[in-house]
Design a protein around this ligand. Structure first.
Ligand SMILES: Cc1cc2nc3c(=O)[nH]c(=O)nc-3n(C[C@H](O)[C@H](O)[C@H](O)COP(=O)(O)OP(=O)(O)OC[C@H]3O[C@@H](n4cnc5c(N)ncnc54)[C@H](O)[C@@H]3O)c2cc1C
Length: 510
């Protein structure tokens, strides 16, 4: 169910274990435009249309927002689809950026050390092109007998057998003919329907199961757009192809991010030969304007380091300014249901866990969960145990990204927290100065306070250390576990810096 990143990677992995796979997708994703457009046409759609719903891709509303693909995500995709990387590079103008040469990243106001101990690379393309070309590749690599697409069709219900606690299939409605209802039966059903998945509702309805969930709302707001980079007159600024200032609560609630999406040949001597995606964004509801480029530039000039204003001032705007204000964190603690969870049904990607997009984790998280599912099938467990085993292992992938996302979100001054416990009781908390607020104040868990303290000093130390910056970026890329940053050599360095500061010994030691 769902034919985006989670659905496509899962289908490709599972093709090794099932004779026949069906992807049921709500949108018209196999239409002529999406399947046949040339690179230039895709870029035109990407730049000129306000959203992708006009070309049949309306369900993924973040489709045109800035997306970065982290290292582990690109590794998984390029291994699974061997022609994808070269196609994107040679036919669609994708670009690989060296972090040693073309990268600058500031968290809050701390510039990460530039002297990485190894060069790392960032694969740069826009989400719309990546998803579209990935789908074409999937269709080329697997024939209709192996992986069949049923698009324009919405899954509306599960078909279950309550007596043996299993899911047998799904009920669907065709979008072309709303009277047509279709039933599909399958041995294994994967829900990749994204952040608005109905899984919670379905499991309650059919099995009276309540999934404990946690939601954090921190007022994240994006304005994304596309533009051609022109020379600023400052070669240092022109060399920054990927990077920006990450918002970091509670004091730095506004951020900036840019990444190239196409390398172009331009006859304009002023051009840097890059078409880039930009996002000006915020947390804590301190939203950037999107009514005009001039107003956005003024906002950037007022609230962000001047470098970003200079970059944007020298950028030729090629698209509308697209806002997005519906971002949140949501975790479904599926693993807590143990063996009560039904057989033959799992959640992959956003349908299990959604993250504040500012850390750029979602696509890679979905790919990692699909890869984990492959590992479990490889280990030849009986089908009936797979959903239970998967839930435990996939939850630990979500946990890593979840901590990466919520540690700083817990520091947002206007945090709203909604918790549903295993009995289905929902409690809402809201941090505010307003004594008449109807919601109680959330209390920061001790573990979260520890992580906030640790991250604060980690970033400070990384500013001085290429080794720590390199280790940190590996974690950001999801290539290494965040727990790798707790290893003794880093832990003691971080502890030492913090104590030195605490006892005000800086001068003494220096
Ligand atoms: C503003 C913003 C910026 C982001 N930036 C980044 C980033 O930089 N890097 C990153 O990795 N991630 C980013 N993300 C997150 C990323 O978009 C998601 O994590 C990713 O798309 C999840 O993939 P998925 O396959 O799980 O779900 P989705 O991509 O949401 O796909 C769900 C699919 O299911 C289909 N569907 C839905 N309901 C049904 C149904 N009932 N029946 C049939 N089909 C259905 C939809 O049409 C869609 O194709 C960002 C998100 C936002 C909001």
């Amino acid at each position: 169910m769902g034919g985006s990143f989670g659905g496509m990677t899962t289908a490709a992995y599972l093709s090794k274990y099932f004779k026949h796979i069906t992807i049921i997708e709500n949108d018209d994703v196999l239409n002529e435009i999406l399947m046949k457009s040339t690179d230039k046409e895709l870029l035109d759609y990407r730049c000129n249309l306000k959203c992708s719903s006009s070309i049949g891709r309306g369900s993924v509303t973040q489709n045109y927002q800035i997306h970065v693909l982290q290292g582990e995500g690109s590794k998984i995709l390029f291994e699974l689809f061997p022609n994808l990387k070269n196609k994107l590079l040679n036919e669609y103008g994708a670009r690989i950026c060296s972090l040693k040469n073309n990268f600058r990243f500031v968290i809050g106001d701390v510039l990460l050390n530039k002297y990485l101990t190894e060069d790392l690379y960032w694969f740069c393309i826009d989400r719309f092109t990546l998803e579209t070309i990935l789908r074409r590749e999937l269709c080329l690599q697997y024939n209709q007998q192996q992986i069949q697409w049923i698009s324009n069709t919405k899954v509306i219900q599960l078909i279950v057998n309550q007596s043996n606690n299993s899911v047998l299939g799904v009920k669907c409605r065709s979008k072309l003919n709303s009277h047509t209802q279709l039933d599909f039966y399958a041995d294994f059903i994967v829900d990749c329907t994204g952040r608005y998945s109905s899984s919670t509702k379905w499991l309650k309805q059919h099995f009276n199961l309540i999934i404990p969930t946690e939601q954090l709302h921190v007022g994240t707001g994006y304005v994304s757009f596309v533009g051609e980079r022109l020379k600023t007159g400052n070669s240092l600024l022109d060399s920054i192809h990927v990077g920006g200032n990450a918002a970091h609560a509670p004091n730095h609630n506004k951020g900036f991010l840019t990444t190239p999406i196409r390398q172009i040949k331009s006859s304009d001597p002023n051009s840097l030969g890059l078409i880039s995606n930009f996002a000006v964004y915020c947390i804590n509801s301190e939203y950037p304007p999107n009514d005009s480029y001039e107003n956005l530039l003024e906002w950037v000039k007022e609230y962000l380091p001047i470098d970003y204003y200079l970059i944007l001032k020298s950028t030729k705007l090629l698209s509308p300014l697209l806002p997005y204000r519906r971002a949140f964190d949501e975790r479904k603690y599926v693993e807590l249901l143990g063996r009560k969870w039904p057989q033959n049904y799992i959640l992959v990607g956003d349908s299990m866990c959604v993250f504040n997009p500012k850390n750029g984790q979602g696509m890679t998280h979905a790919c990692r969960q699909a890869q984990q599912l492959n590992e479990i099938f490889k280990e030849k467990y009986q089908l009936k145990y797979i959903s239970f085993i998967y839930n435990r292992r996939a939850a630990s992938i979500s946990e890593e990204c979840w901590l990466g996302s919520i540690t700083n979100d817990w520091a947002v001054p206007t945090l709203k927290l909604i918790i549903t416990d295993k009995y289905g009781q929902t409690k809402t908390y809201k941090r505010s100065q307003d004594s008449t607020s109807i919601y109680p104040q959330p209390k920061t868990p001790l573990f979260m306070e520890f992580l906030q303290w640790y991250t604060y000093w980690l970033i400070k130390c990384a500013a001085q250390s290429g080794e720590l910056t390199t280790a940190f970026i590996h974690v950001v890329f999801q290539e290494k576990s965040p727990y790798s940053l707790l290893q003794p050599k880093f832990f003691f360095k971080i502890l030492y810096s913090s104590l030195r500061h605490y006892f005000n010994l800086t001068k003494f030691f220096d």
